[in-house]
Design a binder for this molecule. Structure first.
Ligand SMILES: NC(=O)c1ccc[n+]([C@@H]2O[C@H](COP(=O)([O-])OP(=O)(O)OC[C@H]3O[C@@H](n4cnc5c(N)ncnc54)[C@H](O)[C@@H]3O)[C@@H](O)[C@H]2O)c1
Length: 441
């Protein structure tokens, strides 16, 4: 169901009325399209403290490759990057305020504020305190800035290793990701693609639950980025699956992911060189409060959403089914982070996905050269959420900093960034795609 309120609030009378009555004023977001694939305009590059990222191959060089015009001053920036990696004490923390206070009002609609922080130094509690302070700062700014602008904190030590991440956050692809704190570093080798426009060229990606909804969007986005896609879904969805795979020039694999031999059957269906990207997207809900929840509702949700993710991941990794440089992206949910009445089974399964990702990431990187991350969608406009009763649906849509639901493509773009060959330094992260939902914030 289309978000009619968002369309209305974007008209002149809609803007007038919503402002007068004090209703939410969501801004239509600039998302990637073939016609408008990137931002155009100025990127304001500011610094707080003495940055360790300076130097000829440092941050300025990476920002210069984003296509935006990098400036030290700008009247209407489309993006602001504040390098706060050199913030180590209260005085340098004050420079964050000094730098951003005069410019936040001038950032363009659907623009970006990106704060760069350093990893917390446990041997220096002053540095750790003020670097942690950046998280509260960023999350608060995300909630108050408005106009469809997103605010993100990236922790990094090496600007080169963060190039794919900076490009993602400095583009329309990250339109619905806000209020997030993402650590970059360690992980696996970072490989710059030959062509940044087709980063997955020559790579094979398998997406579970690809017949519709978010999975279909993920398969389409990975194919757009050059991947050969293998689309997997239950045999009952074979017709839709064939149609999606055919449209994307990929192959269809009709298979119930909970089958005990699913791992072996996936391996048999893959090209001999194996897989580069594995996206665990298939998922189900069987909502009931715990008092009314039969064991079958518990086990079916845990089986699809978590047990099969564990089984197929183990099967593929142990058989060498994922090539060095591979990427695993699993699907959690903000319900798994925040909890949700009527969803003890679903939230347990999705919190389990986050646990799996954090624990497996270091070993998968060390032993297989593979990164493991998760996306945690919030309210996404799909058939599933269209079926939610009107008032609950409206609350779900508005209860986030951007005042609107996300689209399947928002989850897909985030998955594509994590799947990128240059995202080898992003590992063990659970990235919410939720417009900074108030749930679990
Ligand atoms: N839509 C949202 O707002 C939202 C929010 C948070 C998380 N998620 C998660 O995102 C993922 C996709 O959600 P969606 O909204 O696109 O759901 P959807 O129901 O539209 O699509 C899920 C797909 O998974 C497939 N699937 C289910 N069980 C399977 C199995 N045993 N084997 C193979 N395929 C199977 C289904 O046939 C379907 O095509 C799920 O993991 C879901 O939990 C969605």
């Amino acid at each position: 169901m289309a978000d009619r309120y968002l369309s209305f609030a974007g008209t002149a009378p809609g803007r007038f009325l919503t402002r007068r009555i004090g209703l939410p004023q969501p801004t239509a977001l600039h998302r990637w399209s073939a016609e408008r694939p990137s931002f155009e305009g100025e990127l304001l590059h500011l610094t707080a403290g003495k940055s360790p990222l300076d130097g000829p191959d440092g941050l300025a060089a990476v920002l210069g490759r984003t296509g935006l015009a990098v400036r030290a001053e700008s009247e209407r920036p489309v993006a602001v990057v504040l390098d706060a990696t050199g913030v180590t004490d209260i005085d340098t923390l004050a420079e964050v305020h000094t730098a951003l206070h005069p410019v936040v009002r001038s950032v363009a609609r659907s623009g970006r504020v990106i704060v760069l922080g350093a990893p917390l130094d446990t041997a220096d509690h002053h540095q750790a305190a003020v670097q942690q302070a950046l998280e509260g700062f960023v999350r608060s700014l995300g909630k108050e800035i408005g106009r469809g602008i997103t605010v993100t904190l990236l922790r990094l030590t090496d600007a080169d290793a963060a190039e794919s991440t900076l490009r993602f956050f400095l583009s329309p692809r990250s339109a619905y990701v806000s209020g997030q704190v993402i650590g970059i570093g360690g992980g696996t080798e970072v490989t710059a693609p030959e062509d940044w426009g087709l980063p997955l060229a020559g790579r094979t990606a398998l997406v579970t639950g690809a017949a519709r909804g978010i999975g279909e969007a993920v398969a389409a986005t990975l194919a757009r980025d050059g991947a050969r896609v293998v689309c997997l879904d239950v045999p009952g969805a074979a017709v839709e699956l064939e149609s999606v795979a055919g449209r994307l020039g990929g192959t269809a694999l009709a298979l119930d992911i909970t089958a005990p031999d699913a791992g072996a059957r996936i391996l048999a269906a893959l090209p001999s060189e194996g897989l580069d990207v594995l996206v665990h997207n298939a998922g189900i809900t069987r909502d009931r409060r715990l008092v009314n929840m039969a064991a079958e509702r518990w086990s079916s949700v845990l089986d699809v959403n978590l047990a099969s993710v564990l089984r197929t991941t183990d099967a593929l990794l142990s058989a060498g089914g994922l090539r060095t440089g591979g990427r695993i992206v699993a699907t959690a949910s903000i319900a798994g982070l925040a909890g949700n009445a009527g969803q003890t089974n679903y939230a347990a399964s999705k919190a389990g996905v986050a646990g799996l990702v954090r624990a497996l990431a270091p070993t998968a990187a060390a032993e297989h050269g593979v990164t493991v991350n998760a996306v945690a969608p919030g309210f996404i406009e799909t058939k599933m959420t269209a079926a939610v009763p009107l008032f609950i649906r409206e609350a779900g849509r508005r209860m986030n900093s951007l005042g609107q639901g996300g689209l399947p493509v928002d989850v897909a773009e985030t998955t594509a960034w994590l799947a990128h060959p240059a995202s080898g330094g992003v590992n063990g992260q659970v990235v919410r795609v939720c417009g900074q939902s108030l749930l679990g914030a």
